[in-house]
Design a protein around this ligand. Sequence first.
Ligand code: ADP
Length: 389
Amino acid sequence: MEILFYLLIFLIFSWIIFLIVRSISKGLDAKSNTKKNKYTNEAEGKNLSMNNNKDLVKNTLDEFLDQVLIVNKFKEIVFLNKNAALRFGENLEGKHLASILRAPEILESFDICIENNEKQVVEVEIKNPIYQFFSATIFPHPENNNFIIIVLRDLTEIAKVQKFKSDFVANASHELRTPLQSIKLGLETINQGHAKNDFEAQKKFVPIMLEQAQRMENLIRDLLSLSKIELEEHIRPNKDIDLKDIIDHVIQAQNQSLSQNDVKINFDCKKDARRIVGDRDKLIEIFSNLIENAIKYSERGKNINISLKKKNDQILASVKDSGVGIPKDLIPRVTERFFRVDPEKSKKVGGTGLGLAIVKHLVLQHRGELNITSEEGKGSEFTVSFPAI
Ligand code: ADP
């Protein structure tokens, strides 16, 4: 009996131990399963995040304004961002770098970059078929130096603006230096040269110097006017203007010059073609330049026709002369700064070479358009169109 009692106690005890061990092992299993799942998820997460990173890098590079290429050691293209594909073409992966970029500066820097494992920066100027200027940064891939990254930054527009500015300063200095030198020469001749004690000779030099001083003054006036216009170009004038009044005013101001040159102006204004949105002083400057030119580049006795018409929703103001005209191929150039068809003629009549550049800017500021038609030896017509009110 006693044995049976102990046996029963032993069985119960064993059963309890069994239950405890089972529950612990279940717990551990559950724990290890959770861990396993966690690891699997992490692995998937890593892949997932790696995929995301790849897309993220590609999408980010596609947004770059720069052109980005990744090239392997054998100079085969392995990646192009959107802007590079736009410039060089699609599906270039696997092609040789030299097939799209022939600039020797880039290919040489590429070799140096591979050899020394060092970043290279070069500036490249291409003149044909169109002018291009860009900077190229070439560097080894940060994680795998078997690959080279090339970043091309297009600086063409900036280079063009810089060239334009330096050309402009050189031209303006040259234009100012020429009359200044004549004045200096005249003064030296009167002060110490052969005209020192010769009153008659002095009388000859003074008007020449005055004319040159006037030329300088005109030039400085036009240069200042141009720089002011450029500063205000984005501000659209907003006054209600009667164009007929403006043109009448300009014709009145030219009275003396008209009678000196024996020129008459016929002005025809249609009733519905008077009102535009504009700026009085700027419109006076536009029509003064156009009418002065029509007088300057016409022979004595040749008349000028001015008209104001309405066409669709535009007011067309035209200044037409029967003067020397402009060769066809040079018509697009007459609005360039300092461009003259005949520089001697322009200087003789007191031109600065800036009048039409000023007109073009002022017309644009009024959201208008300048149209030029001309025939050499027969005359020219300058038509400005403005949006009607
Ligand atoms: P400029 O001060 O030399 O007259 P503009 O900018 O007004 O400068 O004009 C540029 C050039 O365009 C002139 O030098 C001239 O050769 C030509 N031009 C302008 N207006 C006329 C015109 N009405 N007839 C013929 N040529 C003209």
